[in-house]
Design a binder for this molecule. Structure first.
Ligand code: ATP
Ligand code: MG
Length: 578
């Protein structure tokens, strides 16, 4: 490809709405153009990268025994009613009507469609196990599309679904997919961590995510991990033991009583006012889960993890209550307390979830739904709570103790590029997707599902491989392997050497761009760095010694080689791509 013909327009500036490196660089280097919020054109350079990732994914999925198919992007409402997700999925599901008033949606994922396909075709245990996958555009009306390709509304995903007759079969396929994922991300030049993660309140018992660890802003997930053992988990799922703390207030409070605690709206103010550690305060938080108020009780030095709380309630949507909603709740119970003074007393009929940290607390301090008052020397049994729903709803913190080996946990940020789920019968049961087992009995399939964000993986690769000048693509997924730059297109010897190198590389099957533009060398070098060609061969003044320069983008290393050696060097590197 000649640079003068390549369809690429680099921008002088980063787009103003780009917050993270991958969005900035992919837009500026001419890989993507935004069409509308969360929806991007994949221009020729981007499409080459995406196709390479897709090829790696296909090769590894096929090698692991999965079979590719392609399902429709538009799906009928009825199928989603069968699984129960038409109501459960929420606003991310883009719903539309056709000309006959039939209600449809744009596929955000394909469990329903694949389960219907299996139900039609997989009737006997003799046909199982099967793993089917596709690579396709998905649409999710994300609340906050952001970060370019990392969280788009339309994006490309590889989704696979396995069907087994028993749990043991599912376990085996789950491991098989975990190994395939490791190979896929390795081949894409991405270091990933496989971490335990939340799999939702309903169905799905086990799941793992593959995270690209990053220190950039793009890491939307906190990953807790242990350096001493293998433990690692998304914060929405991580558990830990707690370091020792004061949890019995007997030295501070000799009796239980309600006292004045004026203006103690925060835990810090209350702790200071009473001169006690926050571990002696029971904190009551009001959340709204699926439109209903829920109280979360937790030791006040710790924070609530919302996904854990949502799962404890069995809900599908959670948010912290607004002050207006808290006021309304108080009024409905005949109280008029403001936040800071809320407590579980007198809250009959409201779901109360108690974090495990509260179990050991004795003679503590708690709000009693009266502004400027708290009860001290309190115990949980005194508070009139009808049901003691203990759950671990605590957000783990760095330095907490590893649940597996007892060493302190560390935290880092991660970008989720793929995940694997054990679904069990979550879809096959409600959709009555059954096969006949060896004894002639009808049984629902035991399912698993396995996703990889193709477009997100490309963006994550940029997050992981760049410098201030631009992208440093791993060779395996770079749009082109090498750019050949004649410093001056008017210099005949430079131009003819560059053209010869270009032709030789082309003949060897190397993907090469010849920068034949009549531009200053500085401009060509800048573009080469920004676009991120893994290698740059420059025909410039060293030609008088019969040498060209070969620069490795990843390390910045520059070698002076004869044109033949430079061709050989790049050809060998390309031949060694895994
Ligand atoms: P997230 O928690 O990041 O929203 P998810 O749990 O919704 O991801 P899945 O539904 O399991 O993700 O989708 C499988 C893969 O698709 C994810 O691992 C991710 O790589 C990718 N993906 C999900 N949502 C998006 C999006 N909005 N834009 C780009 N890629 C996405
Ligand atoms: Mg999501």
């Amino acid at each position: 490809m000649k640079m003068s013909k390549l369809f690429v327009q680099t921008l002088r500036e980063y787009p103003s709405d780009a917050e993270v490196v991958s969005h900035k660089m992919l837009a500026r280097a001419g890989y993507i153009r935004k069409l509308t919020s969360g929806v991007y054109n994949f221009l020729p350079l981007m499409w080459r990268v995406l196709k390479k990732i897709e090829t790696i994914v296909r090769e590894e999925m096929d090698a692991s025994g999965a079979q590719e198919l392609l399902m429709p992007f538009v799906q009928p409402k009825e199928l989603w009613e069968e699984s129960g997700r038409w109501d459960a999925y929420g606003k991310e599901l883009m719903r539309l009507k056709d000309r006959h008033d039939r209600i449809m949606c744009l596929g955000p994922t394909h469990e329903e469609v694949i389960t219907a396909i299996a139900r039609d075709g997989l009737k006997s245990y003799k046909q199982l196990p099967v793993n089917l996958y596709q690579i396709q555009s998905k649409f999710r009306d994300e609340v906050r599309p952001r970060y370019g390709l990392l969280r788009g509304r339309e994006f490309i995903m590889k989704d696979a679904y396995s069907f087994d007759t028993d749990e043991a079969g599912l376990d085996k396929e789950y491991e098989n997919m975990a190994r395939a994922y490791k190979r896929i991300f390795d081949r894409c030049g991405l270091d990933t961590k496989m971490v335990q993660s939340d799999s939702g309140a309903i169905g799905g018992s086990v799941s793992h995510e593959f995270m690209v660890i990053t220190d950039t802003d793009a890491g939307e997930n906190d990953v807790f991990y242990c350096n001493n053992c293998d433990y690692s988990a998304n914060s929405n799922h991580a558990v830990s033991k707690l370091p020792p703390a004061v949890v019995d207030g007997k030295e501070y409070f000799s009796k239980t009583e309600i006292i004045d605690t004026p203006n103690t709206h925060s835990i810090e103010e209350l702790g200071k006012f009473l001169n006690i550690p926050s571990t002696l305060i029971l904190k009551t938080l009001v959340y709204i889960v699926d439109k209903k108020p829920v109280l979360a009780l937790i030791r006040a030095d710790r924070a609530v993890e919302e996904t854990k709380l949502m799962n404890a309630v069995g809900g599908i949507e959670i948010r912290i209550a607004s002050s207006a909603e808290i006021a309304e709740l108080m009024a409905s119970k005949g109280f008029d307390a403001v936040p800071g003074f809320i407590g579980p007393k007198g809250m009959d009929g409201i779901t109360i979830i108690i974090d495990e940290t509260v179990r050991d607390m004795k003679n503590f301090v708690v709000g009693v739904n009266k502004t400027d008052k708290h009860q001290v020397g309190a115990n949980l049994s005194d508070l009139g709570i009808k049901e003691f729903n203990y759950h671990d709803i605590r957000l783990v913190e760095e330095g907490d103790i590893c649940p597996e080996c007892g060493k302190p946990l560390l935290v880092t940020k991660g970008i989720e590029v793929g995940n694997i789920f054990k679904l069990g019968t979550k879809y096959s049961k409600p959709m009555n997707a059954v096969y006949t087992d060896i004894n002639g009995e009808m049984k629902p399939y035991i399912m698993g599902c396995y996703g990889i964000g193709i477009s997100r993986t490309a963006a994550a690769a940029v997050e992981a491989h760049h410098d201030e000048f631009g992208i440093k693509w791993p060779l395996s997924i770079a749009p082109y392997h090498v750019v050949v730059v004649p410093v001056s297109t008017n210099d005949e010897s430079q131009m003819s050497t560059a053209e010869k190198i270009y032709e030789d590389l082309l003949k060897s099957g190397v993907e090469v761009v010849l920068d034949d533009r009549d531009e200053r060398a500085g401009v060509k070098f800048k573009d080469a760095d920004l676009i991120g060609f893994p290698y740059r061969i420059t025909a410039g003044k060293t030609l008088t010694e019969g040498l060209v320069e070969c620069k490795i983008r990843e390390t910045g290393e520059v070698m002076k080689l004869t044109p033949e050696k430079a061709v050989e060097f790049v050809r060998n590197a390309v031949a060694n791509i895994k």
